[in-house]
Design a protein around this ligand. Structure first.
Ligand code: NAP
Length: 247
């Protein structure tokens, strides 16, 4: 694997993905709106390719920022990355009747529009360069399957990510770009830290593995989808949920 762009690489599943992909020999571009955590991700990589990894600031909800990151990457590597992982995501939970328009828009802008902007911008660059072999992995959520109380914005944005990815897969396969979506269940990262312990325990009781997943367990699946080992997997949705009984 030559080059890898991780968006949302400063934390959780994204950071773990940087670690697993680096282990497999990829050059890492850790992109996050929090440049400090993206820098920490790169400095913690254990392989010996320090010069080929880098961190960049990105706000996936702003097309200007996404385009600037592409230009920065082209300056540094002379080519776009051929593995793109869209992991940036936020929650702003509230009951539907109480949810503000702003909180709805913010979540859709990062989770869904951000995935669109990164997918479109980097796919165009891959096609223009005639690279013919690339893999885009987007991250949805099990909350998109049946909805989740307090998460009308998040569930809708993540359902959009799944269908955006399947459509991209159909349009981009002719250019050698595969697009797949990973659907994590309940994973032990900062995004779930705000959930009260009683509620966490209720979620865990609903998982047949009887525990939360670890970020690395999602990262291994993402890395499989990034690699040639998954060369005939396209437009797929892969759940990494530990056998969720219901949500
Ligand atoms: P996380 O640790 O909070 O990581 C998300 C990262 O995205 C953070 O570094 C965050 O930066 C960054 N980010 C937020 N808004 C951004 C923006 N506008 N531009 C660029 N980066 C931005 O959460 P995680 O659990 O690893 O989540 C990774 C993905 O998995 C998300 O899409 C999430 O929805 C999805 N997911 C997670 C779970 C779970 O149980 N953990 C389950 C299903 C799906 P800040 O730190 O500055 O916010």
């Amino acid at each position: 694997m030559v080059c890898y762009n991780f968006v949302g690489g400063g934390s959780g599943i994204g950071r773990a993905t940087c670690q697993v992909l680096a282990r497999e020999g990829a050059s890492i571009i850790a992109a996050d709106r929090n440049i400090k955590t993206a820098e920490d991700t790169v400095s913690q990589l254990l392989d010996k390719k320090e010069n080929e990894h880098c961190s960049v600031h990105i706000d996936v909800s702003e097309s200007k920022s996404v385009k600037e990151v592409l230009q920065e990457v082209l300056r540094k590597y002379n080519r776009p990355p051929t593995i793109i992982v869209n992991c940036a995501g936020i929650t702003k939970d509230n009951f539907l009747l109480k949810m503000s328009e702003q909180d709805f828009e913010d979540v859709v802008n990062v989770n869904l529009k951000g995935t669109f902007l990164v997918t479109q911008t980097f796919a165009k660059a891959i096609i223009e360069k005639g690279l013919n072999q690339a893999s885009i992995i987007n991250i949805s959520s099990i909350a998109a399957r049946n909805g989740n109380i307090g998460q009308s914005n998040y569930s809708a944005s993540k359902a959009g990510v799944e269908l955006l990815t399947k459509t991209a897969a159909k349009e981009l396969a002719q250019f050698g770009i595969r697009c797949n979506v990973v659907i994590p269940g309940f994973i032990n990262t900062p995004i779930v830290n705000t959930i009260p312990p009683e509620l966490k325990n209720r979620f865990i009781a609903n998982i047949s593995c009887k525990r939360m997943g670890e970020p690395q367990e999602v990262a291994e699946v993402i890395t499989f989808l990034a690699s040639e080992k998954s060369s005939y997997i396209n437009s797929a949705s892969i759940e990494v949920c530990g056998g969720l009984l219901s949500l």
